[in-house]
Design a protein around this ligand. Structure first.
Ligand code: ZN
Ligand code: ZN
Length: 172
């Protein structure tokens, strides 16, 4: 059966129209995708418009160029990265300084490895680390040897002080 030339012409026309519509939709979709993507990666409006324009003019090769040139991290990722760096820095700054040489030391160190300054002492009963001025172990309650026992009764000492103070006030 011979094909009707008019029908064939119509078919080509319809196929061309569909193809054209598809290409146009793809073109617009690429521009929209690029604009959304660059908005997540750059704050500068000029960069955003230029990126969208690049894809609008060059289409698929433009997307390729954009993918090569776009910022590696999105703004969100960049923010997370900055936060991580800041918390790392903060952790470093939170480390105590050696009173001898002013270098950063770890909390668990007994002696500064640099200048040999004594930083902490260990309880002779439970071996936990204590600050140097402490005269009783906060973990097991054992007093440090050589400390006066009556210094433990700090409550009574304070009470005595307060009575003394109020008497002074009453007298004056
Ligand atoms: Zn030191
Ligand atoms: Zn102890």
């Amino acid at each position: 059966m011979p094909l009707d030339p008019a029908f064939l012409g119509n078919l080509v026309l319809i196929l061309t129209a569909f193809g054209g519509a598809f290409l146009a939709a793809l073109w617009i979709a690429l521009v929209i995708w690029t604009y959304r993507d660059i908005r997540a990666r750059a704050r500068d409006p000029l960069v955003q418009i230029l990126s969208a324009l690049l894809v609008a003019v060059l289409n698929l090769p433009g997307v390729l160029v954009y993918l090569i040139l776009r910022p590696a991290r999105t703004l969100e990722e960049e923010y997370q990265h900055t936060l991580e760096e800041e918390s790392l820095l903060q952790a470093l700054e939170d480390l105590p300084l050696c009173p001898g040489c002013e270098r950063r030391v770890q909390n668990e160190w007994q002696v500064c490895p640099n200048c040999h300054t004594k930083l902490k002492k260990s309880c002779h009963h439970c071996s936990k680390l204590m600050e140097l001025p402490w005269n009783i172990c906060p973990y097991c309650g054992t007093p440090v040897p050589g400390m006066r026992q009556d210094s433990l009764n700090i409550d009574e000492a304070l009470r005595g002080l307060q009575i003394g103070d109020s008497q002074v006030e009453a007298d004056s």
